[in-house]
Design a protein. Sequence first.
Length: 134
Amino acid sequence: SVISQQVSALSQAHSALSQSFSAANYHTYTWVISAPATGQVAGVRLPYNQTALKVEANTVSTNTTVAFNIEERVSIQTAGSNLMSDEYAASLNATSTNTMINSVLTAGSYLVVDISGTSGTPALVVVTLTVRKA
């Protein structure tokens, strides 16, 4: 009947939606950087296509900041595309941003934290990128 077909279609749609939001589809990449300074810190090579969702970062020292962006690179030695629209300024209080200009990440690409500057003398910065499997 039409009703049983609609119930079946809704059940299939619900199942697909549940799978897309399951924890298995989300992953985080974290960089723990001691004595951060201007330069690049290599991260992972992406195992599959992903969508960048959110960046969180903080320092562990008062009155310090670390300005950075995360780049997606085809080659680890070559500059790539920034993930965020602006430099992120990590400070003692953890904050997050999901203003991504390059959110579609390609399998085989490298992720690199590109530090553009610091203020104060940060002992450590922790950067976490949350992604969803595409």
